[in-house]
Every structure is written in structure tokens, then in C-alpha cells.
Design a protein around this ligand. Structure first.
Ligand code: SF4
Ligand code: SF4
Length: 479
């Protein structure tokens, strides 16, 4: 393995206080899950489950989207810094295929690792799993791990049970944040930063740092996509409300052009974020349809095609064609705004994103971003009626966004993971960004009175919110 990444490592936790103390160890690696979320999320089936149950990977078709990393609740996957493809423990499948045991089994001096076929009642593994008390990591994730621990301590199994040592100074390692602004660092330090869920005075003594898979480009993508979907939808809403006409410049040219331009920026950000950007086309040539990256790619492409058609209809002066295309553009615009909620929900590792109201919230955010962008255009063009309508839409969407935020952040969350993510967002590492976003959007509520001044408030406030939300969701240690 290259330095800095690992397929497997031994985590250790000091439990108790001197002299009543013990050190608990745990070999930490991929669990070969039966219901593997990494497989469901992979857009090209590079991450796949073999007939024998081993979850393996094919580097030749990995596009480096990191969706599998976002989905794995055990942080078992990493991007190999040398070939830029996703990788993890695959049970040494290449060795098993030729009748050898995995390398870790061979080198272990005490036979602490057993590998075998659980369906074969005569195998040692089947005997141990069937008769001894064994446990798995994070069963609440319902991934049905194929890796069982015998005698493991809860303080090592639960990633939030042990306290993070002060300053990231572990017994045999240091986990410092990356250089640069903390809010842009993707480093996730191990252990609970404040109040561990175990009362057994557990302190992490060795663990490896992990990296949040999706950085600022993904935060920015959610924002540009909101503008892309919202600009068209906001203009269409005004047309349907009778404020704008089908043949007006704002709907015929400006809205589809703004949407198309922001959709293009969205596409550039998505491809830029891939570790293998030149392989992005594989999402369409060998799609794995359960992946919301693939489904979202189809939605964005279809929405883009409708926008191109809308511009073509405008060039041809055909109002009828515009009306027909609007029948497709409305559901596709809503889908383009909302599908990210399903993409994030597929990231099973991130409890903050398992939020049933995220889809409507993203539509509200699109309405806010789109009406702000179109308000700027209407002010410049001096379209008085549209200005008033867009001001009201912007103000209403900003109020709805803030109300939904209150709903999402104030109740007690059902998991410790979600609770800690909200804490990181509202009081921890991303608090300044989050609250700046809240204050700016709250100021944008004044759009009916302040007019164009509300545009930058809403747009900057929203991009700050997106960054805090996307990054806080990934800031909780998983291993
Ligand atoms: S979800 Fe994680 S632990 Fe489970 S098979 Fe995939 S990589 Fe392994
Ligand atoms: S990085 Fe993307 S393409 Fe590669 S294995 Fe993971 S999900 Fe599949």
C-alpha cells in the first residue's frame, strides 16, 4: 500500500483509569456486507459483489466519484493516491481464487483471524460464528456484515464510544488537521470530540485518520444546481401565474439561458470532482441503475435537453412549442433540484442526510436561488411586474428555508451520529459558515422592500449553508 492509506489496521482504545485499565484492540477493515451500500451507490458497478459474497472492485472502470466512500458506514474505502481509484480490503480475493488464504491470515501468529465459508457447517468459521458470542460493527446500519468479532470491546466497535485525545495526539500517532482553513479541510479526526457514548472512560490510543470524500466542489454543485433548476422554475411560475407572458424575453431567453449556463457549471464541477475525470462518460455507457449518480445524471441531461429545446423554440418564435416543453421542464426542473436528496440518502454513512424532508427543502432552496438570479435579470431589464413577483417568491422561499432549517436542527436527533453532525454544523467547525448563511438568508427575506440588494444576500447565504450542511454531514468519524 502507498503511505497514508490502509486496507486494514488495528485500532486500539484504552478503557478505564489507571490502575484499573485495559487496552482493547480491533482489526478494522471492510465488512464484506451482504447489503453493501457501496455497491448500490457505485455508478459503474466498479464496486461489486461476487457470487461468493466478497465485495470486490474493478479499478479499470472506477471513475473516482467517491460515492462508495460516502455510502460505506465503516469508512473502509479510500482512493489510492497512485492510481486514483477506489480500493479497500477485498478478502485477498485473488489469493482465494487460487486456493490460498488471505495474507493477513497467513502472517497472524496466533490464528486470531479466521476466514471461511459460513454456509459450510464443517468450517471453523461456521462453528465459531454459530456457537460463540460474536458481534458486528454498527448493526443498526442494516448492511448485514460478513465480518464477525469475537471478544471485541464496545469501545472499539462504536466509533463514538471513545474520546478523541486532546490535540489529536494519540499514544502512537498524531492526527492533525490539514493545513489551510479548517472549514475547507476534509480531514476527519477519529474518536468523539466531546462526550463519548461510553461511560467506561475510553480513550483512543491508536486509529488512522480518514478523509471526507466530498469537498467544496460538491458543496458548490448543490448551489449551482439550485440556481439552474430554480431560474427556469421561477420564471415558469410567473408565467403560470399570469405575471409574465409566454412570449416575453425573460421567459423565452433569459430563464433558459441562465439555467443552461448554471447547469453547464454544475456538470463541470461534477466532472472536476472525479478522480478519473476522463472516464465520466462511463456513467452513461455502463450505468448501474440503482446509483443516484446515474439517475441524477440522466435527470440533469434531460433537463438540459429541454432547456436547449426551449431556446430553439424561442428562436423559431413558436409559443406552442414553448408551452409543450414547459410541460416537461416543470417536472424535470423539480427533479433536478430534488434528486440530490436521494443521492445523499444513498450515502448511508451520513446520518444527517437521512432526512425525509431534504427533497422538498432542496426544491425550496432552488426557488430561493432561482428567484434571486431572475430578480437580478428582471431588475437589469426593467421588467417591473416580474420584479415584484420575484421579490415575493424570493422572500417566501427564504422564510420557508429558515423554517425548514429550524425543523432540521432543533429537535433531538435519533442517532448520536446525526446529533454530532448537527453539533459540528451549529456549534463546531462549521458554525461560523452556517450562522453567516442563516443571517444572510434572513436578511434576504426583506426582498419586497430592499429589491436587488436581497439578491447577493440570498445567493451568498445559500452557498454558505450548502457548504456547512455538506461538510458537517461528513465530519463525524465512522470507524
Ligand atoms: S459498505 Fe463498507 S464495509 Fe460494507 S462491503 Fe462496502 S466497503 Fe465493505
Ligand atoms: S469511486 Fe465511484 S466509480 Fe469508483 S468504485 Fe467508488 S462509487 Fe464506484
Amino acid at each position: 500500500m502507498p503511505l497514508g492509506v490502509t486496507r486494514t489496521y488495528v485500532k486500539s482504545v484504552d478503557v478505564g483509569r489507571f490502575p484499573q485499565v485495559r487496552r482493547a484492540f480491533q482489526v478494522t477493515r471492510c465488512n464484506q456486507c451482504e447489503d453493501a451500500p457501496c455497491v448500490a451507490a457505485c455508478p459503474t458497478a466498479a464496486m461489486h459483489r461476487r457470487q461468493d459474497g466478497i465485495v470486490d472492485f474493478d479499478k479499470s472502470v472506477c471513475i473516482g466519484c467517491k460515492a462508495c466512500m460516502a455510502a460505506c458506514p465503516y469508512d473502509a474505502i479510500f482512493i489510492n493516491p497512485e492510481d486514483h481509484s477506489a480500493e479497500k480490503c477485498n478478502f485477498c480475493a485473488h489469493r482465494l481464487d487460487v486456493g490460498l488464504e488471505p495474507a493477513c491470515v497467513v502472517v497472524c501468529p496466533t490464528e486470531a483471524i479466521l476466514v471461511g465459508d459460513m454456509n459450510d457447517p464443517a468450517s471453523k468459521v461456521a462453528r465459531v460464528v454459530g456457537r460463540e458470542p460474536v458481534t458486528v460493527r454498527r448493526p443498526e446500519k442494516e448492511t448485514r456484515p460478513g465480518l464477525f468479532y469475537k471478544g471485541a470491546h464496545q469501545a472499539t466497535l462504536d466509533p463514538l464510544a471513545a474520546r478523541r485525545p486532546a490535540g489529536g495526539l494519540f499514544a502512537w500517532a498524531t492526527q492533525a488537521a490539514d493545513r489551510g482553513p479548517r472549514v475547507l479541510s476534509q480531514r476527519v479526526t477519529s474518536g468523539h470530540p466531546r462526550h463519548p457514548s461510553s461511560s467506561a472512560a475510553a480513550l483512543l490510543s491508536y486509529d488512522v485518520p480518514h478523509t471526507a470524500p466530498w469537498g467544496w466542489r460538491v458543496s458548490l454543485y448543490t448551489w449551482t444546481k439550485s440556481i439552474a433548476a430554480g431560474a427556469y422554475l421561477a420564471a415558469l411560475a410567473l408565467v403560470l401565474a399570469g405575471v409574465l407572458s409566454w412570449s416575453g424575453t425573460l421567459f423565452r431567453w433569459v430563464a433558459p439561458a441562465v439555467s443552461l449556463a448554471m447547469l453547464a457549471v454544475t456538470g463541470v464541477l461534477l466532472v472536476w470532482d472525479l478522480k478519473h475525470p476522463l472516464r465520466f462518460w462511463m456513467m452513461f455507457t455502463r450505468p448501474q441503475w440503482r446509483s443516484w449518480l446515474v439517475r441524477g445524471g440522466v435527470v440533469i441531461s434531460a433537463f438540459g435537453a429541454v432547456l436547449v429545446g426551449q431556446l430553439a423554440a424561442s428562436a423559431a418564435g413558436s409559443v406552442g412549442a414553448s408551452e409543450v416543453l414547459a410541460g416537461l421542464g416543470l417536472p424535470l426542473g423539480v427533479a433536478a433540484a430534488a434528486y440530490t436528496a436521494f443521492l445523499f440518502a444513498q450515502a448511508k454513512a451520513r446520518d444527517l442526510w437521512q432526512n425525509p424532508v431534504l427533497a422538498p427543502h432542496l426544491v425550496v432552496q432552488a426557488a430561493m436561488a432561482g428567484s434571486a438570479a431572475m430578480l437580478a435579470a428582471a431588475e437589469i431589464m426593467g421588467v417591473g411586474g416580474a420584479v415584484h413577483g420575484l421579490q415575493l417568491l424570493l422572500s417566501g422561499a427564504a422564510v420557508a428555508h429558515l423554517a425548514m432549517l429550524v425543523g432540521e436542527t432543533t429537535p433531538h436527533h435519533v442517532t448520536a451520529h446525526a446529533e454530532l453532525a448537527v453539533d459540528e454544523m451549529t456549534r463546531g467547525r462549521f458554525a461560523v459558515v452556517f450562522w453567516a448563511g442563516v443571517v444572510l438568508v434572513a436578511a434576504a427575506v426583506s426582498a419586497p422592500w430592499t429589491g436587488a440588494a436581497a439578491v447577493p444576500l440570498a445567493l451568498v447565504g445559500l452557498v454558505l449553508h450548502e457548504h456547512a450542511y455538506v461538510q458537517a454531514g461528513q465530519a463525524v468519524p465512522l470507524a
